[in-house]
Design a protein around this ligand. Sequence first.
Ligand SMILES: O=C(O)CCC(=O)C(=O)O
Ligand SMILES: [Fe+2]
Length: 225
Amino acid sequence: MAFTVQNPDQPSPIRAAVGSSVSRKLAADPAVRKARVDTADVFYYPDFLSDAECDALCRLIDAGKRPSTLLTENADPTFRTSESCDLARFSPAVQPIDERIAALLGIAPEHGETMQGQRYAPGQQFRAHHDYFHENQPYWPRMKAEGGQRTWTAMIYLSDVAEGGATWFPQAGIRIPPRKRLLLTWNNMRLDGSPNPLTLHEGTAVTKGVKYIVTKWFREAHWFR
Ligand SMILES: O=C(O)CCC(=O)C(=O)O
Ligand SMILES: [Fe+2]
């Protein structure tokens, strides 16, 4: 049976509205800096967390880590080699940070997926990918039912890494070396609410030290599972 392929580049008024309201909010925040790229909306917030908050999250990630997974199987076993941890949303070490991220972006916390921790030892990486869902893939109907497309991504570096581990956007042309306490956030959509392929990004291999991050993905509708 033929698989119905939706046009993956469709504009969307809902996704466009969240894109512009979050961008406006971040641009008006004196603690936030905008990356100087035209092709994607990328922002930085240095020192978003304290050292103690970072360290507490690292300990939770160490305690709960399991091999990272992908939505679609990839033929390349080296594609995503890190470890991940679903952080308990309502635990005292997680909930206030979860809510602070949502408040920074001005998105209701209900749109956020469970915050995920990632840990990369030397040699581990997450090759170039998009955070948005490819709507022509078999997983899309399930993702659509669980809150729809991912709009914004927020991630926080929880450790300084001795060498390697930069987040690299090869098409937008930016490379962010891990810096403890720094929050990085970007819109996975274009201004018209269609997926922005230029948000392609890679967690490059750590070569020395250990990289810890938390990642938070926001959906266009309330996320639930
Ligand atoms: O590790 C990184 O720098 C990027 C992580 C990432 O892209 C993700 O978790 O979706
Ligand atoms: Fe990603």
